[in-house]
Design a binder for this molecule. Structure first.
Ligand code: KG4
Ligand code: ZN
Length: 317
């Protein structure tokens, strides 16, 4: 069994080949980050057009890397929700066309399920039950995972996602887009105790990051002229510490025995170090990729030809 995964929900055009038992045969990710950097964030229309240019070459490269052809593919899995609607439509249309041409089954995957399913790929091959923190540019959620086919949402963000907090913070610090990785790197040279940033007090298991972002805005604004350069690393370190603290506090509040962390923010070195006993998604599988989509496809009901010709992309989960 060989699954072709396709992911185009945001600004990564990705394709991967994954076997039925979770081995990654190829995993190609073409990032559009540079294209969007000068706008300070993803421009949906620009992303959709770029996906259109990249999706066929990226699928071809994924097949080539695995030494496979379309004849070897048994099913096509594609992100159908949630995400930028124009971007999603490119992947869904490409997947439909590929599946239709060969009368293959099509599997419509939820992108969030995809992030969780990054843990089901070999060699990690993690088995539920576990409590999962999903922290990305678009989502911050605590999930109760009892089986590989799904999950139950325990808590979510009331405003910004954790990755969004990193990106907006990076922008305030003049670090460009996307900013999570830049803050992570700069924070290593800073003193996290130089500033005291608040961790929002939200009842239950939900998150809130907008107050933290505002707090950074004021700190930067109140700096004497020309001081930002000298204070940037300390601000990055303290700001990152506050985000990591908020995430870790919530995980601890669940009191679960087994913890896993997935999504782009799971790549953060301080978060990884703060959770030594957690199952962490492997670094290349934290940010958006298609191997995780193919992996989720292994646990999602496929749709047969011609039923999937009416499949639509959806912006919401
Ligand atoms: O999962 P992902 O690729 O896309 C979404 O589904 O949203 O996550 C992207 C997010 C961005 O906000 C990016 O800044 C953040 O993950 N990110 C990081 C790091 N690497 C990526 N945040 C903190 N530290 C990192 N090392
Ligand atoms: Zn994602």
């Amino acid at each position: 069994m060989m699954i072709l995964g396709i992911e185009t929900s945001c600004d990564e055009t990705a394709a991967a080949l994954v076997t039925g038992n979770g081995e990654i045969r190829s995993n190609v990710v073409a990032s559009q980050a540079e294209l969007h950097a000068r706008f300070g964030g993803v421009v949906p229309e620009v992303a959709a057009r770029r996906h259109l240019e990249l999706v066929a070459p990226v699928v071809r490269e994924a097949l080539g890397d695995a030494g496979a052809t379309l004849d070897d593919i048994d099913a096509v899995a594609v992100t159908a929700r949630p995400g930028l609607i124009g971007a999603l439509l490119v992947g869904v249309s490409a997947a439909k066309a590929l599946a239709w041409a060969r009368r293959l089954p099509l599997i419509a995957v939820n992108h969030l399920h995809g992030h969780v399913a990054s843990l089901y790929l070999r060699p990690l091959d993690l088995d539920p039950p576990f409590t999962c923190l999903l922290a990305s540019g678009g989502h911050t959620m605590l999930l109760d995972v009892q089986e590989r086919g799904g999950y139950r949402v325990l808590g979510t963000t009331l405003d910004d996602a954790a990755g969004e907090a990193f990106d907006k913070g990076a922008r305030l610090l003049g670090l460009g887009y996307p900013g999570g990785k830049a803050i992570d790197e700069l924070a290593r040279h800073g003193d996290p105790s130089a500033y005291d940033f608040p961790v929002a007090r939200v009842p239950g298991l939900d998150f809130s990051f907008s107050g933290l972002k505002t707090s950074l805005l004021y700190r930067v604004r109140d700096l004497p002229a020309g001081e930002l350069e000298a204070r940037r690393a300390d601000l990055a370190a303290a700001y990152q510490r506050a985000i990591v603290r908020a995430l870790v506090q919530r995980i601890e509040a669940v009191g679960a025995e087994r913890i896993a962390v997935v999504g782009g923010v799971a790549a953060n070195s301080e978060l990884r170090a703060a959770l030594p006993d957690a199952a962490l998604a492997p670094l290349p599988l934290c940010t958006d990729n298609a191997a995780m989509i193919a992996s989720a496809g292994r646990y999602t009901e496929p749709s047969v030809y011609p039923d999937y010709l009416s499949l639509d992309a959806r912006a919401t989960a």
